[in-house]
Design a protein around this ligand. Structure first.
Ligand SMILES: *Cc1c(COP(=O)(O)O)cnc(C)c1O
Length: 398
């Protein structure tokens, strides 16, 4: 149920919807990835870098004060915010850079929206002495100038993309164009469980270390599996990373939380399962926010990392089968959860992760005292302080 077919189909979703020129590099990548996955030396090398450089395993923290405040389930936080560079993205980047090295590639390209994936890509490229080019929408570069500074300090070239809305979607298109031209020397590190096969499967596999650790840790601490897993869903990589090791444990609820933004109206949110329908975007078939003519709709969220018009195809598949459920949380609830977790646990979550925290606060009544809930804290919130400050100032004016 959770392995796609050889063309990357998860049921009716996924696949390889790309121009002919991209088929060769994608097939080459798939072959190499399948080989690497079975090679004990590759796995050993990846384990080494995850442990010694990224800082794994990350802690599974019992949030005692949050648990008392909510008065229902016992809450645990999977601390991906403790990973080097401050989020889960580097788990995938580390896997892909080792694959690039194995394939003899010397140059890395990546796309980035908020800049977190760009920073993680620039970091691993520096570590392995590779050239790195990051495509970023010009609007995003202005909004996320701190991350632009970080990438450049790490030796990466950040290329402003000025087409269309000048945000993530256009940056991905530019990265694909570069890849077609330079595929002999270049590996494209895609940042989430989206795009054409093998990316949704490969990125999930590299992130699945999150769930494997969490499973082992909760069994050690509690002697049983959790009642529920809760994670925010942008493209869906931190959520798939947590869910994957539990997919066959039918009693474990899996809950994905999308960005409800300002409400479920066109252009005001990024909740693909609430306002989207089947479509194809940038290589994969999945739930897409689009108008009746198939034009991609604008999206909005207070959190840049959740702000994209399509969702990873495997999530659509899990949802069809009733194995996972999806909900959404608005900007205001997410900001409130950011403050709450800071006060209760001394932890400032990334605004993306704050959506998952907000879901558990809002729906705490779903669970009883005997239940255990694991929330994926996908990243830390330092990167968001400016945006939250501005958001609160605007709110006051209204
Ligand atoms: C990028 C990002 C996300 C969203 O991406 P997913 O692929 O859905 O995980 C969530 N949290 C943080 C901290 C991020 O940087």
């Amino acid at each position: 149920m959770n392995t796609p077919d050889h063309l990357g189909h998860f049921g009716p979703y996924g696949g390889m919807y790309v121009p002919e020129t991209l088929m060769y590099p994608l097939h080459e990548l798939t072959r190499e990835y399948e080989r690497a996955k079975r090679d004990p030396a590759f796995r050993k090398e990846l384990d080494y870098y995850l442990r010694e450089y990224v800082g794994r395993p990350t802690q599974l923290w019992f949030a005692e004060r949050m648990t008392k405040e909510l008065g229902t389930a016992k809450i645990y936080l999977k601390r991906e915010d403790l990973c080097h560079t401050g989020a889960h993205k580097i788990n995938n980047c580390m896997g892909q850079i080792l694959l690039a090295k194995r394939m003899g590639k010397k140059r890395i390209i990546a796309e980035t929206g908020a800049g977190q994936h760009g920073v993680a890509s620039a970091t691993v490229a520096a570590l392995f002495g590779m050239e790195c080019v990051v495509y970023m929408g010009k609007v995003d570069m202005e909004r996320q100038s701190l991350n632009v500074f970080r990438m450049r300090s790490l030796g990466a070239e950040v290329v402003p993309v000025t087409a269309g809305q000048q945000t993530l979607k256009e940056a991905i298109s530019e990265a694909m164009r570069d890849w077609v031209t330079n595929v002999r020397t270049t590996h494209y590190i895609l940042g989430t469980v989206l795009g054409a096969h093998p990316y949704p499967m490969m990125v999930r596999d590299f992130q699945s270390v999150i769930g494997r650790e969490a499973r082992r840790q909760i069994l050690k601490k509690e002697g049983r599996l959790p009642s529920a897993l809760v994670a925010c869903v942008g493209g869906g990589s931190n959520a798939m990373g947590l869910f994957h090791a539990f997919v066959n444990d039918k009693k474990v609820q899996m809950i994905g939380v999308e960005a409800g933004g300002l409400g479920i109206k066109p252009g005001k949110h990024a909740a693909r399962f609430a306002g989207g329908r089947l479509g194809v975007l940038q290589g994969t078939q999945t739930f897409v926010l689009q108008d009746k003519d198939g034009q991609i709709e604008l999206t909005h969220s207070v959190s840049a990392g959740l702000d994209y018009a399509a969702v990873g195809p495997e999530h659509a598949w899990l949802r069809d089968q009733g194995r996972a459920e999806y909900s959404h949380i608005g900007d205001q609830e997410a900001v409130a959860a950011f403050d709450a977790l800071g006060h209760w646990e001394g932890l400032l979550p990334a605004m993306e992760s704050a959506h998952a925290v907000a879901y558990v606060i809002k729906h705490a009544d779903r669970w009883k005292k005997k239940d255990i809930v694991i929330i994926n804290l996908s990243g830390r919130g330092d990167k968001d302080v400016q945006q939250i400050t501005e958001w609160k100032a605007r709110k006051k004016e209204e």
